[in-house]
Design a protein around this ligand. Sequence first.
Ligand SMILES: Cc1cc2nc3c(=O)[nH]c(=O)nc-3n(C[C@H](O)[C@H](O)[C@H](O)COP(=O)(O)OP(=O)(O)OC[C@H]3O[C@@H](n4cnc5c(N)ncnc54)[C@H](O)[C@@H]3O)c2cc1C
Length: 387
Amino acid sequence: MNVLQVAEPEFMLEEEVVLFQDSVGRWLDDHCPPEEIERWKHDGKVPRELWTRAGDAGLNCVSTPEEWGGMGGDYRHEVALMRQLCWKGADHFGISLHNAIVAPYIFHYGTDEQKQRWLPRMATGELVGAIAMTEPGAGSDLQGVKTTAKKDGNGYVVSGSKTFITNGQLANLIIVVAKTDPSQGAKGTSLVVVETDGAEGFERGRNLDKIGMEGNDTSELFFNDVKVPAENIIGGGEGMGFVQLMQQLPQERLNIAVQGVAAGERALASTLEYVKQRKAFGKAVIDFQNTQFKLAEVKTKLTVAKTFVDYCIGQHLKGQLDAATASMAKYWVSDIQCEVIDEMLQLHGGYGYMNEYPIAQLYRDARVQRIYGGTNEIMKLLIARTL
Ligand SMILES: Cc1cc2nc3c(=O)[nH]c(=O)nc-3n(C[C@H](O)[C@H](O)[C@H](O)COP(=O)(O)OP(=O)(O)OC[C@H]3O[C@@H](n4cnc5c(N)ncnc54)[C@H](O)[C@@H]3O)c2cc1C
C-alpha cells in the first residue's frame, strides 16, 4: 500500500523483504478474508488452527534464527508482516505479539535448552505465545506485580492473577512476570514460562468484552499454585526479569508505532475511496475544499509519522533504538492515529458510524494503541527522564 507515496527506506526494499511482504499479503487474502475476520470478532478469537496454518506458511517466528526453527529473518520481516496484517484488517490475529514480543525474550535470553524446547514449537504453531505482565492491581506500575514464583523443591510454584492478556484463551506458552524474591522489588522479578497444557492450577478467566480488537482473545488468567520446573526461568537465573523487560519494551513500542502508521494508511485509502463516490449537493464529497484540506492534513501527519517510524526501524536494525525514542514513536504515532482516524470517520458522515465500513473498526481498534504497551503518559515519563 503506497497511499502516502513516501519512498520506502532502502532496508525495506531488499528484494527478499519485498517478496516476503507480498507473499504475506497473498496468504492473508487466502486465509483471512473479510468474512473470516467477521467470524473471529463474533467468536472473540481466531480459530486455533490458524496458528498451525501460519506455522506451515513460515509466518510464525519470522525473526527467530533458523537454528531454533524460525524463518531466520529480522525485524524488517516482522514489520512487513505487521503492515500486511493492518492493511488487510487482520490484525486481531495476535501473531505479531507471538513473533515480535514473546519469541524474542526466549531467543535473546533463553538458555540453549530453553530455545530448543520452545522456539521450534512456537514456529510450527504447536505453542501459541502470550506475555502476562498486567495484573488487576498493577499495570503501569510493573514493579507492583504481586504474582510470585516461589522456590519449591526442584522447581517453582507460580501464584497470582493476570488480566488483559492478549492471546489469553489460546496461548499455551505464557511468559509470566513474577516475583521470585518479593523483598527485592525490580531485582526480585523474573520471567517464568508456564506451559499451560496439563498444568494443574492454571485457569483461564473471562475472554474480555472490549470496544475494539474483538477478534483477539484478551483475557484474565489465574495461576493457582502452578508448579513449573526450575528450568523455566528465562535465562536460567532469578532476578533478571526487569532488565529483560526494559531491554525488550522498546521493540514492543516500536511495533505499536509501525501498526499505527499502517492502520492510518488503510484508513486513508478507504476514506479516499469513499469520498470519491459519495455525492452531496450534486458533487462528490472529495470536491469540497474542507474534505481536501482535512485529507491533506491527514496525509501530512501520516507522512511525518511514517518518516519518523522508518527512522526508528533503521535505528532498531542497527541496535541503536533507545527507550526514549521508542517511547516518542509509540505515544506520538498512536495519538496521531486516533486523531486522523477520527477526522476520516467524520468525512464518512453517518456511514462512518456503521460497522460495515472499515473506518468504524479502525476507529474502535485505534483507541487501545494509546493504552497498551505502556500508556502514553508513561511514555512521556520515560522521555522526560532524558531531559
Ligand atoms: C486490548 C489490550 C491488550 C493488552 N495486552 C496485554 C498483554 O498482552 N500483556 C500484558 O501484560 N498487558 C496487556 N495489556 C495491559 C496494558 O498494558 C495496561 O492496560 C496498561 O499498561 C495500563 O495499565 P492499567 O490498565 O493498569 O492502567 P493504570 O496503570 O491503572 O493507569 C490508569 C491511568 O493512570 C495513568 N498513570 C498511571 N501511572 C501514572 C504516572 N506515574 N503518571 C501519570 N499517569 C499515570 C495511566 O497513564 C492511565 O491513564 C493490554 C491491555 C489492553 C486494553
